[in-house]
Design a protein around this ligand. Structure first.
Ligand SMILES: N[C@@H](CCC(=O)N[C@@H](CS)C(=O)NCC(=O)O)C(=O)O
Length: 328
């Protein structure tokens, strides 16, 4: 675990001393937008046109932010157009890395050993964290984006003109944008990032605040989802996929490792059925790897789990009937 400073790797844990024990997530630095014709998007530069085979997606199966991009890639039918490389779940002294002797965890594009090499290829003097996901542009030889929230929006529409892409599936429909943005904001602050705020806190009060906000939001979601099948109504949107990647990790990791232990998702009747409903959407289960998820958190985050022992439980079964069709 570390970061690049002026293009050099330093092995350092997050510094929460400067922020009173609070974990503050660093903003992503590469914020260009892939668009259908290469016109500039809401941020960054133009010239990133959606072309088959041009972009390569780097992910970790463990990372909830990368997971969103894998789900939208899968559901939109972008697999044949955007190949993927998967880093090894252990993120230790060199940060995210590939394992040349392990088929599943190789850099299929550059044959790099470490993900930080990709960042310095894009920006030799880069200072900042080396995070997944990364959307690499083989034409410009740079990182198009390393912000998952942006990448899922690009995947949602920019590639719609390519063969086999499911243009009819829209996870950010115009008419629902206001409501989606509103839900995303609360879910991001208190749930997606909320579990990290609790888990990485180095101050009791800071932890308790994050814990309180997290469970207030989970209670709010439990109530909201008792009336409607999905977060903004009858239609699946990006808001659901953004929540899903935290919920699916919750009982296996966040409950114990991040001390988010007021209750498990399986103790919430509505949220647990909702989680199974999303898991059972065709294509989604293939993006979920609980083994890599557990391995990553318990082995990599040694300040929290110094023994690096990975717990054996819990028993999880997301395949049982969810009964949520009746809310349609
Ligand atoms: N804003 C980024 C955050 C990505 C992120 O923080 N990824 C984590 C993995 S779950 C990471 O790579 N962390 C490495 C680090 O912070 O050094 C996004 O949503 O794309």
């Amino acid at each position: 675990m570390g970061l690049l400073i002026d293009g050099k790797w330093h092995d350092k844990w997050y510094d929460t001393d400067k922020t009173g024990g609070k974990f503050e997530r660093e903003a992503a630095r590469f914020r260009n937008w892939v668009t259908a014709d290469g016109a500039p998007g809401p941020a960054g530069e133009g010239g990133f046109a959606a072309e088959s085979g041009r972009y390569h997606l780097y992910v970790s199966m463990a990372c909830p932010w990368a997971h969103r991009t894998l789900i939208v890639r899968q559901l939109k039918g972008l697999g044949p157009h955007i190949p993927v490389s998967v880093v090894h779940p252990d993120m230790v002294e060199h940060g995210w890395e590939f394992r040349p002797d392990d088929q599943q965890h190789q850099d299929r594009l550059h044959d790099f050993r470490f993900l930080h090499q990709l960042y310095t290829r894009a920006a030799p003097g880069y200072t900042g964290r080396v995070t997944v996901p990364v959307l690499w542009d083989t034409a410009k030889q740079t990182i198009a984006s390393n912000e998952s929230a942006d990448i899922i929006r690009m995947f949602n529409s920019a590639f719609d003109g390519l063969e086999g892409v499911r243009a009819e599936l829209d996870f950010y429909p115009e008419s629902l944008r206001g409501e989606i943005d509103e839900v995303n904001q609360r879910v991001y602050d208190t749930v997606n990032n909320g579990v990290y705020k609790a888990g990485f806190a180095t101050d009791q009060e800071v932890y308790e605040q994050a814990f309180g906000a997290l469970f207030d939001s989970l209670d709010w979601l439990e109530e909201r989802l008792s009336r409607q099948r999905y977060l903004v109504g009858a239609q699946l949107t990006e808001a659901d996929w953004r929540l899903f990647t935290t919920l699916i990790r919750f009982d296996a990791v966040y409950f114990s490792h991040f001390k988010c232990n007021r209750q498990r998702i399986s103790d919430y009747p509505v949220l647990s059925a909702y989680l199974r409903d999303l898991y059972q959407v065709p294509g989604v289960a293939e993006t979920v790897d609980i083994g890599q998820i557990k391995r990553h958190y318990y082995v990599s985050q040694r300040t929290i789990n110094p023994t690096q022992i990975v717990p054996v439980g819990p028993q999880l079964d997301f395949r049982t009937p969810h009964g949520r069709e009746r809310l349609q």
